[in-house]
Design a protein around this ligand. Structure first.
Ligand code: PLP
Length: 400
């Protein structure tokens, strides 16, 4: 019988995938299931990006490139950081990989020794914990609730730091909550990090371009020179340019860390796809005007979902600053009994019941480290969202 390695024996494939699989099974059985679980924009990759990839194939750019990004891609990444974030990086201070996920994996593999601790405010993206664990580290969750807008406070950070802490991982705007850190929030956290020089900062800026109501996005490395020297700023083209399937993430940080990450990559995937690199150059160098149009479209859907959820008795939902997720509390419905006679004791029960009875797939907050909530991804049409909300409202109205 196959025995998995110790480093992965307690890990499973994502619960979100399991929920999506069940939703698709119901669809195949003829049920009109609406899936609000996907973590990807419903827009298409813009044409100028696709054309750049086709042109690269035509030019024969189909061979290995430099390990962690071609010089031209690294130039485009450095220009992006300079133009949009006010961050100056040298050529040896940026790296590209097959997705931001691989960037995070490279960074953890390159920096963690067994037992090193990584502070992760929760709720958080599901992959953080398992990437840390595979790399031998110990994720240290710090629960952040609605009262702080799901943001980590300076006091909670200070209390979580130990001599073994190696990293603090932040994500703004956040998957799953859509919360984003203001400059003032970051400055308070940076003050704490000044007192603990062994702690490095990893910021995941994947949703940088999806912010609403004039929210001013900032990234910590641009705020403080000392922090810049121990900060990895992670980004990618997946969410901003609707390029999830192309697989290209990138980061900027101190040269020593970037070189160590290249060692990990050299023995795993080597360079990211040469064709994807050409597409990413077009994305980063090309017109950026459509990003605001897409963000405006997401904002209209956010308003629809937040309003619709808050109109349902027992559900409350804060208005997120960005990303394309809402993270709503269903605590007011826990303990209720369904018309089928089952008691909904947890967010998992609630979400499973919604799928079976209302044909709507959403993800329990427990998957992200905060039970009592559920995540909706609103990267789908307004018509479908309205229908899903009506179904959720009807189902909740039947609870006793
Ligand atoms: N970071 C966050 C917060 C995400 O939500 C995701 C994808 O869902 C990623 C990173 C990974 O992005 P990529 O497609 O570049 O691997």
């Amino acid at each position: 019988m196959f025995r998995p390695a110790k480093r992965i024996e307690d890990l499973g494939v994502s619960e979100i995938l399991a929920i999506t699989a069940r939703a698709n099974e119901l669809r195949r059985a003829g049920r009109p299931v609406i899936i609000l679980g996907a973590g990807e924009p419903d827009f298409d990759t813009p044409d100028h990006i696709k054309e750049a990839a086709i042109a690269a194939i035509g030019r024969g750019e189909t061979k290995y490139t430099a390990l962690d990004g071609s010089p031209e891609l690294k130039r485009a990444i450095r220009d992006k950081f300079q133009r949009e974030n006010g961050l100056e990086f040298g050529a040896d201070e940026v790296t590209a990989a097959a997705g931001a996920k691989q960037i995070l994996y490279n960074a953890m593999m390159a920096s963690l020794n067994d037992g090193d601790e990584v502070i992760v405010p929760t709720p958080c993206w599901t992959s953080y914990f398992d990437i840390i664990r595979i790399a031998g580290g110990v994720p240290v969750p710090v629960a952040c609730d609605d009262s702080t807008g799901f943001r980590l406070t300076a006091e909670a950070l200070e209390a979580a730091i130990t001599p073994k802490t190696r990293w603090l991982m932040l994500n703004s705007p956040s998957n799953p909550t859509g919360s984003a850190y203001h400059e003032a929030d970051y400055r308070k956290l940076i003050d704490v990090l000044h007192r603990h020089p062994q702690v490095w900062l990893m910021v995941d800026d994947m949703y940088e371009h999806i912010v609403y109501d004039g929210f001013r996005f900032v990234t910590p490395a641009a705020l403080d020179v000392a922090i810049r020297d121990r900060c990895l700023t992670v980004n990618g083209v997946s969410k901003a340019y609707a390029m999830t399937g192309w697989r290209l993430g990138y980061a900027g940080g101190p040269a020593g860390l970037i070189a160590a990450m290249a060692v990990v990559q050299s023995q795993s995937t080597s360079c990211p796809s040469s064709v994807t690199q050409a597409a990413a150059i077009a994305a980063l160098d090309g017109p950026q005007g459509f990003l605001a149009d897409r963000a405006a479209s997401f904002a209209a859907r956010r308003n629809l979902v937040v309003e619709g959820l808050n109109a349902i008795d027992g559900i409350t939902c804060r208005t997120p600053e960005g990303a394309f997720y809402t993270f709503a509390s269903c605590e007011g419905l826990l303990g209720c009994v369904t018309p089928q006679g089952a008691r909904l004791d947890s967010d998992r029960d609630f979400c499973a019941w919604l799928l079976e009875v209302a044909d709507v797939a959403v993800v329990p907050g427990a998957c992200f480290g905060l039970p009592g909530y559920f995540r909706i991804s609103y990267a789908t049409s307004q018509a479908e969202l309205s229908q899903a909300l009506a179904r959720i409202a009807k189902a909740c109205g039947m609870l006793q």
